[in-house]
Design a protein around this ligand. Structure first.
Ligand SMILES: C[S@@+](CC[C@H](N)C(=O)[O-])C[C@H]1O[C@@H](n2cnc3c(N)ncnc32)[C@H](O)[C@@H]1O
Length: 294
């Protein structure tokens, strides 16, 4: 699935995100350092072909979400966590192909990506509401038929992941569906939850090289893009699952019964030694579908 097919306008979104992030991003965002370093850069990393995106998992999302759209019992949807409009675009595409029109809430703790989602929704005449909330404190007034997101659970430290699963369960109606993907990496260690120093340096050079070859995705010279890549690499962390069993158990303990789980391996646009969390790097992902029970 390409960005073009999804009707996304990546270049304008990248420019808008870098303009809005210094103003809208929450000071208490990622790592307590504000989240502008993340939300300003992510859409630009997409333009440079270096972001981890839902597109890699597009066939899975298309198939599963498309079949829920066809079934007719999943009209109320929540997207929990969205770095830009990419995941929203996947959901809308799957529904529109079936001639179905869902109502979608997009929840994020930061207003910057929500603005990108709101713009996308306005441009594609979709029924979307954006909600600024920490998902761990999110108390929706209605239950959803479907909750979906891309690589979200792995952004939470392992100790917080059961709380996220419990929030998901509470926000779904009984019989509702959770569809997502999560990285599985038995080699991950708490000692290095992000980029190693050599990976950070190589990533900075990779971003600078892409800017040189392709042009800057938004304002700034090559040096400033190298600095943004360094700041990203210094702060970005992820908390993948050690095994498929760990993921299945965590969901089951929250009342989310896994119906389907496929493991998929991907190569990256960046090599493992020049990339880290949130980037288009090699890795193994669990593609999973769970049903809210009880
Ligand atoms: C969905 S995740 C992974 C990004 C992904 N590549 C995507 O497709 O959107 C990224 C988003 O999660 C949001 N986020 C992280 N922790 C959150 C929390 N506790 N509550 C709400 N949003 C959160 C961040 O603000 C960010 O926009």
């Amino acid at each position: 699935v390409s960005a073009g097919e999804l009707d996304e306008q990546l270049a304008p979104a990248a420019a808008l995100a870098s303009e809005l992030a210094p103003v809208l991003c929450t000071p208490a965002g990622e790592g307590g350092a504000g989240c502008a370093w993340y939300h300003a850069l992510y859409p630009s990393l997409r333009v440079l072909g270096l972001a981890a995106t839902p597109e890699r998992h597009g066939a899975f999302y298309d198939e599963v979400i498309g079949s829920l759209a066809r079934g007719g019992a999943h009209r109320r949807i929540a997207v929990t966590g969205a770095a830009d409009a990419g995941m929203l675009a996947h959901v809308l595409r799957a529904y529109r192909r079936e001639g179905a029109h869902p109502r979608i809430d997009v929840i994020d703790r930061c207003a910057t990506p929500l603005r990108l989602c709101a713009d996308y929704a306005a441009r594609t005449a979709a029924d979307v509401r954006t909600v600024v909330s920490d998902v761990l404190g999110w108390t929706p007034t209605e239950r959803f038929d479907l909750i979906t997101t891309h690589a979200f659970i792995g952004m939470f430290p392992h100790a917080q992941q059961p709380r996220l699963a419990a929030r998901w369960r509470r926000a779904l109606r009984s019989g509702g569906t959770l569809v997502s993907v999560a990285r599985v990496d038995p080699a991950w260690t708490a000692a290095c939850p992000g980029f190693s120093a050599p990976q950070a340096a190589a990533f900075r050079d990779l971003v600078a090289g892409r800017v040189r070859e392709r042009g800057a995705p938004a304002d700034g010279d090559e040096r400033s893009w190298a600095a943004r890549a360094s700041a990203y690499a210094r702060r970005m962390r992820s908390f993948p699952f050690a095994s498929v069993e760990a993921l299945v158990t965590l969901l089951a303990d929250a009342g989310l019964a896994v119906d389907r789980l496929d493991l998929a391996h991907f190569e990256g646009h960046a090599r493992a030694d020049q990339s880290g969390p949130g980037t288009h790097r090699p890795g193994t992902f669990a593609h999973f579908v769970a049903t809210a029970i009880g």
